[in-house]
Write a protein that binds this ligand. Sequence first.
Ligand code: GUN
Length: 292
Amino acid sequence: MLLLDGKIASAAVKEELKQQVQQLLENGKRAPHLAAILVGNNGASETYVASKVKNCEETGFRSTLIRFDADIDESVLLAKISELNLDPSVDGILVQLPLPGQISEQKVIEAIDPAKDVDGFHPVNVGKLVQGLPSFVSATPYGIMLMLAYYKIETKGKHAVVIGRSNIVGRPMSILLSSNLPQGNCTVTLCHSHTPNLKELCLQADIVVAALGRPGFVSADMVKDGAVIIDVGITRVTDPTAKKGFRIKGDVAFEEVAAKAAAITPVPGGVGLMTIAGLLKNTMQAYQQNNN
Ligand code: GUN
């Protein structure tokens, strides 16, 4: 069984980016710049954004964290996005989701200049992805593609089952895996809460991507011997023995599934780290495309 280690694969991506930044600086250019917006203080969002900022620093990128109180008016956030859209020193803009109820996530996503949309959530970028055109790809599915590439996982002609149809992970993942890309060319089945025969479909899968947000959902009796298992779950479960009072659990029952799998991602230490690698790659791409 091959452990698909996010620490190792993301370190390789980050090292390459770091060298690119060093080269830029040696040539008298500035570093890529990510602006991240955090509204309120949702615990998980705080952690993710802090990690994004830290990874920017480690790679030599500039980052700016902009914070707003949870009760701000939508117009305040939209005005800040307009300002960042026009700021030539900012390459990538990221608004951490979820947002408080008074703010329309869709309006916010559509307010970001598609050329700075390093999350790949803007309909223009999603549309380009569907058409197989160069675009910003949502960081988690992008990171998974980078992971598959790093470990040279053969995907051509394979049957991939993606569980979960979210705009951020499941749907773009299904499009990437079915695209004519080095880590694509799969036949893809996209499953969701109304799929009646999920277990039978999973048993046919050469590659399973679990992105439904239900801890331990994928059990050993759902996967065939030799399958490649990608676990996108990152649910916080209460654990009084843990330092912070919770643990992060994936969507896959790791021990029992690992015993059957050819390759599997751990949680934590798997896909989560690749998401950051995907975001950094997107930020470098935005920098390069925006006339730097
Ligand atoms: N919330 C959960 N995942 C993501 C992500 O990839 N980007 C942003 N902006 N918010 C998220």
